[in-house]
Design a protein. Sequence first.
Lengths: 227, 227
Amino acid sequence: MSAAFYQDEVKFFVAVDCIILGFNNKELNVLLHRRKFEPVKGEWSLMGGFVKSGENINDAASRVLTECTGIGSLFMEQVGAYGEVARDSGERVISIAYYALVNIDDFNLDLLKQYDAKWTKLNDLPDLIFDHNKMIVDTMAKLKRKAITRPVGFNLLPEKFTLPQLQTLYEAIFQTPLDKRNFRKKLNLMDILEKLDEKDKKSSKRGAFYYMLNKEKYGKLLSDNVG
Amino acid sequence: MSAAFYQDEVKFFVAVDCIILGFNNKELNVLLHRRKFEPVKGEWSLMGGFVKSGENINDAASRVLTECTGIGSLFMEQVGAYGEVARDSGERVISIAYYALVNIDDFNLDLLKQYDAKWTKLNDLPDLIFDHNKMIVDTMAKLKRKAITRPVGFNLLPEKFTLPQLQTLYEAIFQTPLDKRNFRKKLNLMDILEKLDEKDKKSSKRGAFYYMLNKEKYGKLLSDNVG
DNA sequence: TTGTTAAGACTTATATAAACAATAATTATT
DNA sequence: AATAATTATTGTTTATATAAGTCTTAACAA
């Protein structure tokens, strides 16, 4: 049995809140749900949960993400810690925000019902509880910065995707229209895509070729440098 | 008296650890000290402290920074939360890291003694307790990224500084030599410096002109955009 | 046939980044 | 007084990246 250190110090509830982002082929959406318990029960909230005894904080975020998406492993990154004294109207809770990028099609629809959850357009958010709106704003700033140097967007797409689809996604991330030719030129330079001979005919008459990531080259690009 | 929420949840010690960076006109230094209490008493550690009841986490970091630097307000930014279960060998502690950029000359030397603290070259760090080395690595990655788009370096300099001095600082941040002419060209474009007619004769025969920040223009630049 | 969207080639303009070398001011030395 | 030594200061050129414009071809639906 170990000695008890830090006996004069105070302890806090610590939570994780997850900004789960998905892309519906037109705009970015975030997964919100109606809070299940008091206080502010029934209000719109990010997916979250308390850190458990003996659980590290990344694992806590993974757990919450898996619980409510049904997806085992997904792209996730810490946004930061939020520690205003009265941020939670119930008790003092320090929360650590994580964002995750998911393929909206991988979702288990039963889970959405079970959590009273809904995909909501980023540009059309309701008032969320506590500082959750701010968490989303901070996340988007971080994602924009990241997406400039890192091809993280693919986490939001299905395995096969078209170039117009990819471009629409980046336009949603940066909230600005992009030039088709230059966008493709840059993609070519990155050399991480592989063209299939299959076409998507749903969204255009001519049909756009499907592409896939070359996982090897993609992984190499992600691990280069820092950031 | 308010209702007690979250009764089934566990609480944690929450600490802040501060990566205090200073510049000695040659290289970047971080302020380390010998830990004052068990466990790992006497080992090299970052400056830190526990978050207090009723104290928000930014204020906790500010408090720690003021306590050990004697400086009232300084540039500070959150790095992130560290939550490995066994990161602290005493008890479970979740720590939030902050970095601060200070002018090494503003330091109260008595405080250094009182805290058993020492400026240590970033490129020559000892083994620190817990995950403190990793916190410093993460900080430097963040600072490098930030310094590309933001003129944050001035926080590390005295009010009056020379251009060679400023360049040496940026070379220390980026850990790479910079071209004198290109460096000055970029500075000119930013248009945030004001030349004084005073020269620093200590470090060269010819002497280098002192410059100061134009606070207005500097503030405007810092508040533009995001990041 | 016409309309629509995708794909790609080729070009031009502009902005940004990288490379590069000589001169000026001063102090110390002889 | 001349010279050597040291560091500060400055401008031009070149390459690369990004942005923007035009045009052609392809595939298909109506």
